[in-house]
Design a protein around this ligand. Structure first.
Ligand code: ADP
Ligand code: MG
Ligand code: MG
Length: 252
């Protein structure tokens, strides 16, 4: 589904990704771990098509299409979803309205029929129930005055409604207490599906106690320097990232 090969990218002339290769199949959950500044958010942002990054080498294929040639809206329509590390607030814009617009823009781009408000409401009810959420968040402005936990729940709710093929969660666990963390993890687990893959980016292992990944990768200095199963996350928890530092090959 996702084939990233030898990806090199820079920000403001500074090399950040230095030959990153990662292949993801449908249905899989991959955790991307790594020290601060390794390039984890850069990877997510590049996949989603955010501005400010220059890809200098390598390729990204998504469902057989050259992802980097698509604009951000086309990527979203193709099923790429990025949940932000710091979700934006859009005061005054009703959360439900915002989400219906986003969904319909994607459906339209795919040549699918747009949902009217009744159909959308039905979808929303269904997703709220899958995630065991109540509807309090729906009627407020997008993330307006939401607590950290509420923002993350809202991200998971957005994910549920947009039904992406590839969901990228960037530090969805940062700043969450244990209850909120479990809630997010339960949501992700409920949304796992054979045709959907997840990239779960996290600095800490604790989220992975609840979202059990199929594969764990360590991103350090712009490359994947180690890959393994869930046990790799536990080793990192125990030994820290210094343990992996000697595996980072010198820059070519
Ligand atoms: P991570 O998410 O792994 O902590 P990031 O991808 O956010 O790492 O950042 C990787 C590197 O890129 C860091 O050294 C960071 O300082 C640098 N960086 C990120 N964004 C910018 C930017 N807008 N301008 C310059 N440098 C940046
Ligand atoms: Mg960081
Ligand atoms: Mg980051």
């Amino acid at each position: 589904m996702l084939k990233i090969d030898n990806l090199h990218a820079s920000i403001a002339g500074k090399d950040i990704l230095k030959g990153l290769t990662l292949h993801v199949k449908p249905g899989e959950v991959h955790a991307i771990m790594g020290p601060n500044g390794a390039g984890k958010s850069t990877l997510g942002n590049i996949l989603a098509g955010r501005d400010g990054y220059e890809v200098t080498a390598g390729s990204v294929e998504f469902d057989g299409r050259p992802l980097l040639e698509l604009d951000p809206e086309e990527r979203a329509a193709a099923g790429v979803f990025l949940a932000f590390q710091y979700p934006v607030e859009i005061p005054g814009v009703n959360n439900t309205y915002f989400l219906r617009s986003a969904l319909n823009a994607q459906r339209k781009a795919r040549g699918e029929e747009e949902l009217d408000s009744m159909q959308f409401l039905k979808l929303v009810r269904e997703k709220l129930s899958v995630l065991h959420l109540d509807d309090r968040l729906l009627h407020r402005g997008v993330n307006e005055g939401f607590s950290g936990g509420e923002k993350k729940r809202n991200e998971i709710f957005q994910l549920a409604v947009l039904e992406p093929r590839l969901a990228i969660l960037d530090e969805t666990d940062s700043g969450l207490d244990i209850d909120a963390l479990r809630h997010v993890a339960d949501g992700v687990n409920a949304l796992r599906a054979p045709d959907r893959a997840f990239l779960v980016i996290t600095h800490y292992q604790r989220l992975l106690d609840y979202i059990r990944p199929d594969h764990v990768h360590v991103l350090a200095d712009g490359r994947i320097v180690e890959s393994g199963g869930p046990e790799l996350a536990l080793q990192l928890e125990e030994h820290g990232y210094a343990w992996i530092a000697d595996r980072v090959a010198p820059e070519a």
